[in-house]
Design a protein around this ligand. Structure first.
Ligand code: ADP
Length: 253
């Protein structure tokens, strides 16, 4: 009546390994991204401290670089903290009805100064009485990121537009579709599937010179996912890009 046997325990570790790999890649990327501005600040400060720079114009240009790189560092740290907060699921949605036309008025109020500097026109096409249930702060973060990119990657005198409409889905529920399009430089087809990845930049030099961190779109993607929405992108090189976001009109409990 006694049993003798063996117990085998098989554990599936693929997912754990994948997460571990992602984490170490993220740490490596972060370190690399942080090192670049820190090295620049150190290098230019050392040159100034060495006393070799005599004319004021060169000295000022070095100080400007130190200032700009410091700003970049600040943005990077802010974005990294934001992303890690979202990814660790420490942030929850705080939803309320948002009047979309008023919402865009206030968002564009903040960003219009930047557009004016580049002589870029901002246009909004939103139905008067449309509301959506969403977390307004996160919605703002989403569109500030998309507008900043659209302005950043569009030449002087270009056009940035947001177009909003409601869509009835086959199951009877309603979605709101937001399209942010620009007449900018566009994104090559081969890069499109990867631009929502952390630190992915189409052209490192182009993004760095415009102050980009490479994290904006991955933050946007997370925030859209949190709202049970989807984001997609279409782009033609040299003609422009359109980012399309579909969010449910109402958030499920
Ligand atoms: P960044 O901070 O570098 O702008 P993002 O994550 O916001 O990072 O965007 C990733 C990359 O996608 C950018 O580096 C840029 O090359 C490309 N990109 C994003 N938006 C646009 C746009 N509207 N037009 C052209 N390229 C874009």
């Amino acid at each position: 009546g006694t049993y003798r046997g063996m117990l085998f325990l098989l554990q599936e570790v693929t997912e754990i390994r994948r997460l571990e790999r992602m984490r170490s890649e993220f740490v490596a990327n972060v370190s690399h991204e942080l090192k670049t501005p820190v090295a620049a600040v150190k290098g230019f400060a050392e040159t100034l401290l060495g006393g070799g720079v005599k004319d004021e114009k060169t000295a000022r240009s070095f100080l400007q670089i130190i200032y700009d790189e410091n700003e970049r560092l600040n943005r990077l740290i802010g974005d990294i903290l934001e992303l890690s907060k979202i990814e660790s699921k420490r942030v929850q949605l705080d939803c309320s009805p948002v009047h979309i036309i008023e919402f865009f008025d206030s968002v564009l109020g903040t960003i219009s100064k930047v557009a004016e500097k580049k002589n870029i026109s901002l246009n909004v096409e939103v139905p008067e009485e449309l509301f959506i249930e969403a977390d307004e702060d996160k919605l703002r973060q989403i569109f500030m990121n998309l507008f900043s990119n659209a302005i950043n990657y569009t030449h002087e005198g270009g056009n940035v537009k947001v177009y909003v409409k409601s869509l009835l889905k086959p199951d009877g529920s309603e979605n709101v579709q937001f399209t942010v399009s620009d007449t900018g430089m566009g994104i090559p087809k081969k890069d499109l599937p990867r631009i929502f990845e952390r630190f992915y930049r189409v052209d490192k030099a182009r993004s760095r010179s415009s102050g980009g961190t490479g994290l904006g779109l991955s933050i946007v993607k997370h925030l859209v996912d949190m709202h049970d929405g989807v984001i997609s992108v279409e782009s033609d090189l040299g003609i422009g890009s359109s980012f399309v976001i579909e969010l449910p009109l109402l958030q499920e409990e």
